[in-house]
Design a protein around this ligand. Sequence first.
Ligand code: KIV
Ligand code: ZN
Length: 509
Amino acid sequence: MQDRLLIFDTTLRDGEQSPGNTMNSQEKLRVAKQLETLGVDVIEAGFPIASEGDFESVKEIAETIKKSQVAALARANFEDIDRAWEAIKYGAQPRIHTFISTSDIHLKYQLRKDRDEVLEQAREAVKRARSYTSNVEFSAMDATRSDRDYLCQVLTTVIEAGAATVNVPDTVGYAVPEEFGALIRYIREHVPNISQAVISVHCHNDLGLAVANSIAAAVNGARQVECTINGIGERSGNASLEEIVMILRTRKDVFPVDTGIITEKIYPSSKLITSITGVSVQPNKAIVGANAFAHESGIHQDGLLKEKLTYEIMTPESVGIPKSSLVLGKHSGRHAFRDRIEALGHTLSDKELNLAFKRFKTLSDMKKDVYDEDIEMIIMDEVYRVPEKYRLAYINVVCGNMTIPTATVRMEIDGHSFQDAGFGDGPVDATFKVIQKITQTNSRVVKFYVNAITGGTDAQGEAFVKLEEDGATVIGKGVDTDVVVASGKAYVNAINRIEFVKRKKFERV
Ligand code: KIV
Ligand code: ZN
């Protein structure tokens, strides 16, 4: 019988605080519900002291989610811990997650404290959290660059003070698997009261080793891993949940642990994150990338036709990738549409379904076959939008090789209509310039690209615009059968996201 490895998902905290992955509270709640369906043991919902918005969102998630534990992050001080508890205290299974750095580098340059002071602060923080709940996690930030014996001393102290979980973060993604596994073993051998706590790990991916390090830790006795959907997170991200789970599932023969994740919900969860944030995963990403189960080589295809085992180590169905991609058309009704949406992992309210269905009808009049990718885009466009200060009413462009590209744009700003026209270096450039003029915004386009989301000349264009303004970077996405209109929509989606980020202004850990 294999041991259970607890899955602690930090998509909504470490993931959400990374550039381009900002979500509003409605989106966060949707993600939390999906994580609960996926079967994660702990959902880290946010950092309540960071802002009023974070506090409210953690509170709402804690009070909604029943099956997973909901954790709130707090630095090792009373104010943070009290605020974290305030946010989660009415939850079904609340957890306080408090942290402080233990490496000499962080102590000297960041905290400006000595080892004794940090030890004392960690003890007092855990005692404070423990006065509220027995479900307390302590993280020794930058553990992998900390002196091993000091790290063990801190962990012994916090367990004595009541921590039920002790987390060993590789905060800067510096560790390599053998060494990290050995560190976990060392902790097990040198922390006398370690049997009273669960050992957790939290690996960042700066050297591309976050998943390998997490697995090495599990082999050496860690029984909780912290990870995110699609591996999103600070810098190069966190360990990817789907990779850890599928490694353990596929190689049951070599690993001593398994998880409680319902693997068929992995793909819909990944899709939900990309459709909310607009940040796609790379096509060759393991498990959830567009090519993860695509076999191009003739030899592979031949083998697969004869026997799937030849080149398939896990099935697409086992991670929830829908069997066929061709779905609906002009004659499909609301019922079929709802069924397909559910198969793709989305649960919509009646109002949301109506909005999406209306758009589907318009699209199916223009396009013969409507694919899953089209439906995902409709949901993203109609349902998962940030609050909209700016709305695009229409775009009209004149372009060709014998004219100056010109765009005429009408927009609504806070409900009032404005229109203008202007030239550019192409129809998209002209459109962006006019939108900028009308909205009097000042963002810089960092990146812009358009994909055809399905095959054929009637395919929908999916446009992405990455904008930067005052240090905030966001990605906007827009979809339309006309690529210039899709680009305009993406631009407007991005300026709405910038507006949202400006209002949110949260502190990063
Ligand atoms: O990377 C890190 O060390 C963290 C801690 C707050 C756990 O995110
Ligand atoms: Zn982290």
